[in-house]
Design a protein around this ligand. Structure first.
Ligand SMILES: *Cc1c(COP(=O)(O)O)cnc(C)c1O
Length: 469
């Protein structure tokens, strides 16, 4: 299995190569040169498998010769054994046709654990084989950082630096990052918003000498391995509801477009997906794009669903490349224009193709609180604000055919956003026992200006100290 860049000017790599590289050298994102596809009979044969087994079978086609199946299966077995529910990703029925796919039973209580817990061992395996070490840098609006830190803490071959926007994450999210005092972990709080953090990370990757010197690697959702590791749960839910003999729809609270792109990839592999609903808070660029081909950046505004406070969704480039019939020059031209002008003139034919599958939905904070309350009243279900946007979107935009169930990606545990849930329902969701003392733990992080040179100096100081120690 070989991977190509969406901008067409990077050398193709194998799975291990894209795992370690993250972003391609030409600024593009890696995608499989050809998509693996399963026949109807092959999909049927996957019904009823335990999550770890299913995920190994669906991820392995993306690994090719880079990783033996047995090694991958050992990794998925160990990774998902750490989850707090025997189903790993249980499906909870909310009404006659809506289901919550709970993706928050991992160590940091958000869906990113499903991919990240696998990324840690994948990196270890690749680096041990090569006798190398790398510096992982990442930007987070909250959940990626803690999931990456939990997956990489105390791993020999990895140093980790995570940038988060100062004061823009929830306290639980911040503490899940800043209370990990392992010597290979460092947290920077950047004076800016998530896009500022993401730009700084891109800046480090685009600084070739720095990138080489530090052997930078990424665990943000631009890393292909993360997308690959998110495909299995869409299949798991769909198979449980009757796929491949019954189509399903998915509603995905969306920020960087990684999670919903994994659902798109599952469909590309042959899973019958009738509709993909993209949920947004007031940072609604994707919803505006889908409604009216208006892909234009506005300022990022803080909301009750901070993991979706994003304007520039980096994984959208992957869909764009596919919508443009995999034309790398056209993709690059669009992306460069988007960067310069803050708006992207997607050709009408490509936009129309997107809208045959995708629908966009926006919910403001007040309506999000009302939806959390409604779920508690009608189904006795406590949802976090991100998940609530997904359930509201599912109701508004379910396919006309009532035989199509709608699966909502429940992306965070309600205890991750206790203030919003308490405000909506009067009930404060308790943290699970493993995190019960989080508010009493010591925190460590540095506050930095949004300045590339300063951030690079901070990364150097961290990795030098680590190698010396
Ligand atoms: C990261 C995150 C999202 C957004 O996912 P993307 O893959 O970036 O679109 C949504 N909800 C929660 C709780 C998250 O942590």
């Amino acid at each position: 299995m070989r991977y190509i860049s969406t901008r067409g000017r990077a050398a193709p790599r194998d799975f291990e190569g894209v795992l370690l590289a993250g972003l391609a050298e030409d600024g593009g994102l890696f995608l499989p040169e050809t998509w693996p596809a399963l026949s109807t009979a092959e999909w049927r044969a996957l019904r009823g498998l335990p999550y770890a087994e299913l995920s190994a079978r669906l991820i392995h086609p993306f690994c090719g010769d880079a990783l033996p199946f047995e090694a991958l299966r050992a990794m998925t077995g160990a990774a998902y054994a750490r989850f707090g529910h025997p189903a790993v990703a249980p499906l909870i029925q909310l009404d006659h046709r809506t289901f919550a796919l709970e993706l928050f039973h991992g160590p940091t209580l958000a869906f990113k654990d499903l991919a990240m817990q696998l990324l840690g061992p994948l990196f270890d395996h690749a680096l041990a084989r090569r006798g190398e070490r790398v510096t992982i840098v990442g930007a987070t609006s909250g959940d990626t950082g803690s999931a990456a830190i939990e997956a990489c803490r105390d791993r020999e071959a990895l140093d980790v630096v995570i940038l988060h926007p100062l004061g823009r994450t929830s306290e639980v999210q911040r503490r899940q990052m800043t209370t990990v005092l392992s010597p290979n972990i460092r947290n920077f709080a950047v004076e800016g918003d998530f896009d500022t953090c993401q730009d700084l990370v891109k800046g480090m990757f685009n600084d070739a000498p720095f990138r080489t010197e530090q052997r930078l690697a990424a665990v943000n959702s631009i890393n292909w391995a993360r997308i690959a590791a998110q495909i299995p749960y869409y299949a798991y839910a769909a198979l449980a509801l009757g796929a491949p003999d019954r189509p399903v729809a998915f509603s995905v609270p969306t920020g960087n477009f990684g999670n919903v792109f994994a659902a798109w990839a599952a469909r590309r592999m042959g899973l019958p997906v009738a509709r993909l609903i993209v949920g947004a808070n007031r940072n609604d660029i994707l919803a505006r794009f889908l409604a009216a081909n208006d892909m234009s950046v506005r300022g990022v505004e803080a909301s009750l669903s901070p993991s979706m406070d994003i304007q520039v969704s980096s994984n959208f480039e992957r869909l764009l490349f596919e919508l443009l019939d995999r034309d790398p020059a056209a993709t690059e031209a669009q992306m460069l224009r988007f960067r310069e002008e803050g708006r992207m003139p997607v050709p009408n034919a490509a936009w129309r193709r997107a809208t045959t599958l995708f629908r966009g939905f926006t919910l403001d904070d007040d309506a999000t609180l009302a939806e959390i309350r409604r779920l508690k009243d009608t189904a006795g279900y406590l949802a976090d604000p991100h998940t609530a946007i997904g359930t509201a979107a599912a109701r508004a935009l379910a396919p006309e055919d009532p035989g199509v169930p709608v699966v909502v990606a429940a992306t965070a545990h309600p205890a991750k956003f206790p203030d919003a849930v308490e405000k909506a329902t009067g009930a404060r969701p308790p943290l699970p026992p493993a995190l019960a003392d989080l508010y009493g733990r010591e925190e460590r992080y540095a506050v930095l200006a949004p300045d590339l040179a300063e951030v690079e100096a901070g990364v150097r100081a961290h990795t030098r100290r680590n190698v010396a120690a």
